[in-house]
Design a protein. Structure first.
Length: 145
């Protein structure tokens, strides 16, 4: 079972290496795991979830330990929104790290050949979470799921 989880993690890491923008979150407690959304440079968006161990809740509700979408194609317009978002909301803003216990989130990607990563970060001016801003952007996309 560990080997299967490692293969899944490798698949996620490979997609992240080709990402323009990626968000992920992790949590502990009863059903520990992580989930995320990866947008790759080839205009594809992937949604994934990975639980760290089988629990009665997951088993009773037939929730798989790992899942990933096949990847949806983004329109050129939505993809352009990402570049604009990175220029306006990531490159030109100041964020502060706020430690969190038992959970966390990150925003990362490769943009113009530079890697960026922000963990548990909030806009220094508005106090809004960078992770929440990216989620709002992604929800605005016209994705046929």
């Amino acid at each position: 079972m560990r080997e299967k989880a490692n293969i899944f993690k490798e698949k996620v890491e490979k997609l992240q290496e080709n990402s323009i923008l990626s968000i992920s979150n992790w949590w502990g407690l009863k059903n520990p795991g992580n989930a995320g959304i990866i947008i790759t440079k080839d205009k594809r968006i992937y949604f994934y979830t990975l639980y760290l161990r089988q629990t009665p809740f997951l088993e009773q509700n037939h929730i798989p330990l790992e899942s990933m979408s096949d990847g949806y194609t983004l329109s050129c317009q939505d993809y352009d929104k990402i570049a604009l978002f990175i220029d306006q909301e990531i490159k030109n803003k100041s964020y502060e790290f706020r430690p969190v216990h038992d959970s966390g989130n990150s925003v990362s990607g490769f943009y113009k050949d530079k890697y960026f990563r922000y963990e548990n970060c909030y806009d220094s001016n508005t106090g809004e979470s960078l992770y929440d801003k990216v989620q709002k952007l992604i929800k605005s996309f016209d994705i046929d799921r």
